[in-house]
Structure formats: C-alpha cells, structure tokens
Design a protein around this ligand. Structure first.
Ligand code: FAD
Length: 494
C-alpha cells in the first residue's frame, strides 16, 4: 500500500503527528505494535502551549485543566506522609516572576497519558488518519524517492511505501539505531519501580500541591482522576509489601486501596545528534529522552516536534515548498531539546540523586513554554546574539518566536488566526494589497504593539503560529519586500 507519511509508534508523539498531518489533509498511516495504550500512564501534565495546538484542531474543549499553578508549575513538598507532617517545598520548576500578562487563551491540561492517547487517536481517525494498532514495523529502507517499510499485523507481513517516515518509536528507537544516529547527554540516570493505585486522597491536594517526596519511601503523585503513583527504589516487591509502602506514604491504614498495576522505568537523558536522516524524521522520545522529574518536558516537547514537522511535510508534499524546508526541522527542534536537557539539570529534582546540577541560568516556565526561539532558514532575523528563550513580552514579536496571544474579540485570540496557512498581520491597506497579490491571508488587528510593530508594520506568521519575519514599519515596496520574505522563509517555489 501507499501513503504520504508513515508514522511508526502510537505514543503521544506519533499519534499527535498523525493528528496534525491528517488535520492538514496529508494522507498518513500510523503503525503501533501494541493493541492500545499502556495501562500504566506516564505523563499527566500538558502545557498551555500543547493545549493551544489541540485547540487549533478542535480538541481542547472538555479536557480537564492542569494542576499547574501560575508561576510555579506543579508544587511539590517533602513530607513524612500525606497525613503526617509536611516539611519544606522543593520547587519542581523555578518560581517565576509573576506577570499580569495573560500569555495564552489556554491554561494547560491535566489528563493521564493513557486517557490522552485515545483522545488524540480518535480525533486523528476522525480526520482521516489510517491508524493500525497491533501492527509492528519489522524493517525499513529508504531511497531517493521514498521509504519502504515491512509491517505485520495479525496476518502476513506486507509492504508500505511512503514519501516520508516519522520515527516516533520511543526512547530505544530501533529506527534511530538502524540509521546510526548517535545521542548526547547525561545518559542513564536511574531505574525506578512504581505502583499505580486508586485511593480516596483528594483531601491532600490543596493549593496546587500535587507532588510529594515521602521521607524514607519515595515519590508520590496523582493522575488527578483518583489514581496515584508511588515511585520506589528499584527492587522486587510482593503485593503485601507494596501495600505496606503505600500505607506508609499515606500515613493512614483506614482507606480502601486498589492496586492497579506496577511499572519499572529507566530514567535517562539523551538527545539525538541528528533529528533527520534522508526521508526519516525522529520525533518525541526517539529524538530526545528527557527525565520527567524536573519540568515535565518529555511528552510536551514530543507533541511540539510533531506539530513543527506536520506543516513542513504538508507544504513540501503539496508542492508549496521545496524539500529544503524539511531541513529546518532539525535546526529548530534539536536546540529546543538541548535547552530542555540543560534546564532539567539546572532544576532541583528534590532527590539530589542524579549527579551534579547544571549551573546554567534558570529559565522560567513561561519562557520555556511560550518563548523558545527558532533559528533556521524558515525565519528571517533571528540572529545568534539572541537568547534561546524569553517570556513573550520580552520578545515582543521577535521573528522565530510564537506569535503572541492577545484577545481580539470575546473568546477569540490572535492564536485563532493562525495554523491554516501563512498569515500577514498588519493594519495598513498597502500591506493588505501586498498580501492579496501573493495569495497570503491578511488579518487586520489593532494590537500591533504586542507584535512589536508600528501602525505601519507587518508580521508574517507561519502555519505553526511562529513569526517568520516582520517589518516594523512600511518599506518603499511592501509587495516586493513581502514576496522576498515569504519565498525565503517558506522555501517557496519561485
Ligand atoms: C514515569 C514517567 C512520568 C512521566 N511524566 C511526564 C509528564 O508528566 N509530562 C511529560 O511531558 N512527560 C512525562 N514523561 C515522559 C513521557 O511519558 C514521554 O516523553 C512520552 O510518553 C514519549 O512519547 P513518545 O510517543 O515519543 O514515545 P512512546 O510513548 O515510548 O511511544 C513509542 C511507541 O512506539 C511503539 N513502537 C516501537 N517500535 C515499534 C515498531 N517497530 N512498530 C510499531 N510500533 C513500535 C511502542 O510500542 C510505543 O507505543 C514521563 C515519563 C515517565 C517514565
């Protein structure tokens, strides 16, 4: 069979790649070797930025809000037990300077990974993605024109031919290994055991505190739906001992506790040295394995990889852009993964067990979530002198950063103007005319100051909501200037 993009791996990165591609009308097939999601969830917190991406494809309504507290992320305390004495707060992410500025129309999502994956999968299917569960990719090869993979479901192995392959096959990524792509970073850190259980403990969740370091036991947190997970040191535990550990962590033995399942996790930190080779692109943990204990970047950054890649693949496949646009995936996303790796170790994990902290300056969550800078050929005017991340008001519409949010009508954000194609934001008839000539959608907004523009300026926004270029004032030849900027940043065919 033939498809445009074959995605291997039906975790959060792969499923969101299928979702974003299908939403852009790209024929996509996903293969996942398991029949469904793992019964033991991992991620629970999805950032407001990820919620913005879901909102754009019509998915954010009804998702439970994140437990992150503005300026803090999720709060974490050291305790004797939930019911016992509570000691100091050890910050999961650095407390940020509280700003009055509203950065996003979204606040983040608090839903466990085993619930989120089916939500993304159902929506991807609804939009036309061909999702094949219980189907394993056995081998693949690539040539100048495409990728050939052999996959197997219930029956005999068969061939899938695709223009491009997305390897979202997890941190061990057999595809990455087969391509010979090496990784850098701290590497193996530790192995943990976990027990997932259900217990009525909501009374202990207050003031945004949702993570507990329990002295002498381990790390306790909740999926926010009655399920809790206790992370323990790596050894064998039988069921009576697991119950005993749970009771110690709670500090009470009068509650009904239902043990759901157990897990064993290898925690490591590594970033692939290349995010693409030929027609194959790495996304999610295959590209970067980021420990969850200090910042919750892993799944969120993986979903953002898929989003960055989806519009570029769509543009190249439909002939709007030259294939060189795809080179900007590595140029834009690998530095973000490396920055997350650095910031994870610049933060306190509350255990001090994984080696020396990184003494890099801490970048707060608002900057990490809304303000990473892309420097690539798809951005004009993002030089090496600029910092890797800042808060949106510090960037003030800098090309290479996410276009800022501001309400333009009740319930309507500037972000709602983007995602479908290229957009020119301005408030001047000459820019309107220039955009019309090039077939670029023109959006007139009054709040040009948040884009760092004068009343005569304009910003060109890419289909992923990032600013590609801006002219702070009106040049002599707006149409010619815009055309050059558009052709360059979109790798558009002349
Ligand atoms: C305990 C824990 C807690 C975490 N908490 C958070 C958090 O709160 N926030 C956060 O952002 N991140 C968190 N993370 C990290 C997050 O879970 C991962 O970053 C994320 O799940 C990675 O998604 P993925 O799709 O890249 O990979 P995976 O979820 O590993 O998916 C890869 C998929 O590929 C499939 N596959 C592999 N090979 C093949 C093949 N040959 N054919 C077909 N299918 C194949 C696998 O079956 C698997 O389903 C946590 C991680 C852990 C361990």
């Amino acid at each position: 069979m033939k498809t445009s993009v074959l995605v291997v791996g039906g975790g959060l990165a792969g499923t969101s790649a299928a979702l974003f591609l299908a939403w852009r009308g790209v024929p996509v097939t996903l293969v996942e070797k398991h029949p469904g999601s793992s019964p033991h969830p991992r991620a629970v917190g999805f950032t407001a930025r990820v919620e913005e991406l879901l909102r754009a494809v019509g998915l954010a309504d009804g998702l439970p809000p994140s437990r992150m507290v503005k300026g803090f992320g999720i709060r974490r305390v050291r305790v004797e037990s939930l019911a016992g004495e509570w000691f100091e707060e050890t910050f999961w992410s650095p407390p940020a300077e509280l700003s009055e500025i509203e950065y996003s129309p979204c606040t983040g999502v608090g839903v466990a990974q085993d619930r989120m994956e089916p939500i993304l999968r159902d929506k991807a299917r609804e939009l036309g993605a061909d999702i094949r569960m219980s189907t394993r990719m056995l081998e693949f090869s690539q040539d100048d024109d495409g990728v050939t993979a052999i996959v197997q479901g219930d029956g005999e192995p068969y061939e899938i031919r695709a223009d491009h392959l997305i390897a979202a096959d997890g941190h061990r990524s057999p595809i990455r290994e087969a391509l010979g792509i090496t990784r850098s970073g701290r590497g193996y850190m530790h192995t943990s055991r976990s027990v997932l259980f259900r217990a009525p403990l909501n009374e202990y969740l207050k003031d945004g505190i949702g993570q507990f370091i329990v002295d002498g036991v381990g790390f306790l947190t909740t999926y926010g739906d009655g399920r809790w997970v206790l992370m323990l040191e790596d050894r064998e535990y039988d069921e009576p001992e697991l119950r005993q550990q749970i009771v110690r962590a709670i500090g009470r033995d009068d509650l009904d506790i239902e043990i759901i399942t157990t897990g064993r996790w290898t925690i490591s930190a590594a970033v692939a040295d290349q995010f693409a080779k030929g027609r194959v692109f790495l996304a999610g943990d295959a590209a970067h394995t980021l420990p969850p204990s200090r910042g919750g970047f892993g799944a969120n950054v993986g979903i953002e990889d898929s989003h960055n890649l989806a519009w570029k693949l769509a543009a190249v496949l439909n002939g709007e852009s030259r294939p060189s646009l795809l080179d900007t995936y590595d140029a834009e996303r690998r530095p973000v993964a490396l920055l997350c790796h650095q910031q994870i170790f610049a933060r306190n994990d509350g255990h001090n067990r994984d080696g020396e902290p990184d003494d890099a300056p801490l970048i707060d969550n608002s900057a990490m979530h809304y303000g990473v800078l892309y420097r690539s050929d798809a951005v004009l005017g993002a030089g090496p002198e600029l910092p890797p991340a800042q808060r949106p008001e510090q960037w003030n519409g800098q090309p290479g950063t996410r276009a800022p949010h501001v309400w333009i009508a009740p319930g309507k954000s500037t972000l709602d103007l983007f995602q479908r194609g290229w957009v020119l934001v301005a408030d001047h008839p000459q820019w309107e005319e220039a955009a019309k000539q090039l077939g670029i959608r023109y959006e007139r907004i009054e709040q040009l100051d948040v884009f760092g523009l004068s009343a005569k300026g304009a910003s060109l926004v890419r289909p992923d909501g990032y600013i590609a270029w801006r002219s702070t004032d009106l040049p002599d030849d707006p149409a010619g200037t815009l055309e050059t900027a558009f052709r360059t940043s979109s790798a558009g065919t002349p």
